[in-house]
Design a protein around this ligand. Structure first.
Ligand code: ARG
Length: 474
């Protein structure tokens, strides 16, 4: 570790100041405790800026080489844990510039020519989100693959579908699982769009008005591999829409994840017993020996609140800010960083839960029967085979259900004589074929429906979608 004797005695911006900064100003003002996470992006953008400065003659070729090797040395120091972070130096931008000057002398002081921390931080955060999305999207693709492969193995399983959390109609378990495929697929799309909104070069905007040098912005855009450059320097340093877009996409994912978690919690309870989670994803109780708790689902459900709050946090932070840069913007990174971390770990957690869960088919069947899940099918049978108007059929089946409730029977074990008392049409083999769980599913033979044939179709459609996602180049 290098010596830091006189380090940071004088602020990099301290020319006009005689008095010392107060301790509370330093403690409130520092962001290095969190924005050190931007070091890679800050160095990458700094290098593009330095290259451009040498191109327009502000730096000599030799000076550029010095800066380049200095920035490489700093990267190494940070990555090996040998870099000293000092709160008095405020933020990551100051740290890197200060250290560059320590390592390379006066040439380090030239790097900040034609740039401001305002355009610097805006660029760094854009690059940061893009890097995060690059590494998060393969995790999302893996999640989608896990859902499809679980769905493939669950086509034969019939489970109750719910409305109002009351048994509604039979569903193939694959259909239920794939409903989350499409939700998460849309989330992928939204995250990809958030990537595009970050993809802009804002350097050269300076503090807010542009810079007094012949800055070659297009050159930096190309150096950084970005698709466009910002059109208005005031907007460029104050715009944080791209953070909101990413935070919204992440929140939307977490809302879907939380709904799934809620179902996993309910479905794995003793009362439902629809699914079981592997031991590896559950925890016991320190007092109750019998417990197997779905903590992972509960924690992801709670992380969703946190991620939504992070979106809210940045929206509230932004809404009252006058143009252009305000120091409030420093704190946008706290919710941003937290969201990327929570999103990443939640995608992994959801993936493991889906791949590890097992359907308890006996309980699914009991619930389907207990919940009269094929009552609608029976009414439809009266309509199509017995030519009874639907309203009347609905009434007859409703009466049958009512008798079942009184006698504590289901549509399968209620006696034929009881059925006949309500209607002659409830006798014969047609009755059992009408209430069959499998038949019920397979009659939903519409595109997007729960029939087996449609499941096979949807699975291959989902597989094609995944293939397309894999072709996306970030
Ligand atoms: N640490 C600051 C931030 O994150 C960098 C920009 C500081 N600009 C300023 N004018 N003080 O927003």
């Amino acid at each position: 570790m290098y010596p830091v004797k006189s380090r940071a005695k004088k602020k990099l911006w301290g020319g006009r100041f005689d008095g010392k900064t107060s301790s509370v100003m330093e403690r409130i003002g520092e962001s290095i405790s969190f924005d050190k996470r931007l070091y890679k992006q800050d160095i990458r953008a700094g290098l593009a800026h330095a290259k451009m400065l040498s191109r327009i003659g502000v730096l000599s070729a030799e000076e550029f080489r010095q800066i380049e090797s200095g920035l490489a040395a700093i990267t190494k120091e940070i990555e090996e844990g040998n870099f000293r972070f000092i709160p008095e130096l405020e933020d990551i931008h100051m740290h890197i510039e200060y250290r560059l000057t320590e390592l390379k002398g006066d040439v380090g002081k030239k790097l900040h020519t034609a740039r401001s921390r305002n355009d610097q931080v805006a660029q760094d955060v854009r690059l940061f989100i893009m890097d995060e999305i690059k590494s998060i999207s393969p995790l999302l693709i893996t999640l989608l693959e896990i859902i499809v492969s679980k769905a493939k193995n669950s086509v034969e399983i019939i489970m109750p579908g719910f409305t109002h959390l009351q048994v509604a109609q039979p569903l193939r378990a694959s259909h239920y699982l794939l409903s989350y495929f499409w939700a998460f697929f849309r989330d992928f799309e939204r995250i990809r769009i958030a990537y595009d909104s970050c993809d802009s070069m804002v350097l050269g905007s300076g503090a807010l008005a542009g810079v007094n040098y012949k800055t070659d912005r297009l050159f930096m855009q190309k150096e950084l591999g970005l698709s466009s450059s910002s059109e208005n320097s005031i907007d460029a340093v104050s715009n944080r829409d791209y953070i909101l877009e990413f935070l919204f996409a992440a929140s939307q994912f977490m809302i879907h994840a939380s709904r799934l978690c809620e179902e996993i919690i309910i479905f794995s309870s003793v009362e439902f017993g629809f699914i079981s989670l592997p031991d590896s994803l559950t925890t016991g109780s320190s007092i109750m020996p019998q417990k197997k708790n779905p903590d992972i689902a509960e924690l992801i459900r709670s992380k969703s609140s946190r991620v939504i709050a992070n979106l809210n946090h940045v929206m509230i932070l932004l809404k009252g800010l006058p143009m252009a840069y305000n120091r409030d913007l420093q704190e946008d990174k706290i919710p941003l960083f937290d969201t990327t971390d929570q999103l990443r770990i939640s995608i992994e957690g959801i993936s493991e839960m889906i791949s590890g869960l097992e359907f308890q088919t006996k309980n699914l069947e009991n619930s389907l029967k207990k919940g009269y899940a094929t009552a609608t099918d029976l009414a439809d049978y009266l309509v199509s085979v017995k030519k009874i108007p639907f309203r009347e059929a609905h009434e007859l089946v409703g009466r049958l259900v009512s008798v079942c409730v009184t006698k504590e029977k289901n549509l399968f074990d209620i006696g034929e004589s009881d059925r006949k008392k309500i209607s002659e049409h409830f006798s014969g083999d047609g009755y059992f074929s009408a209430i069959s769980l499998e038949n019920s599913a397979d009659k939903k033979d519409v595109f997007g429906g729960t029939a087996k044939k449609r499941q096979i179709e949807q699975i291959s459609l989902a597989e094609r979608k995944i293939k397309d996602l894999k072709k996306i180049k970030f």
